[in-house]
Design a protein around this ligand. Structure first.
Ligand SMILES: [Zn+2]
Length: 69
């Protein structure tokens, strides 16, 4: 008699924030997805902007030679 409950149209998708590792909701209710907050989103973007990831992806060299001042 009861309809099958296999399909849940409004099931929230939980993901791990790539910045702080906290569990957060990946959906329309979270404008900062896949991050948990604007702070985490900005933090990760800052790392990209400072080319930390770029250097790491280049072979793991230490960013000690290129210090723009
Ligand atoms: Zn976070």
């Amino acid at each position: 008699m009861n309809p099958p409950t296999t399909a849940t149209p409004r099931a929230p998708i939980n993901v791990t924030c790539p910045s702080c590792g906290e569990r957060t909701v990946f959906g329309p209710t979270n404008p900062y997805r896949p991050f948990c907050s604007a702070r985490c989103q900005g933090h990760d973007f800052g790392a990209w902007a400072s080319e930390n990831y770029r250097v790491a992806a280049n072979g793991g060299a230490e960013p000690s030679e290129e210090t723009p001042e």
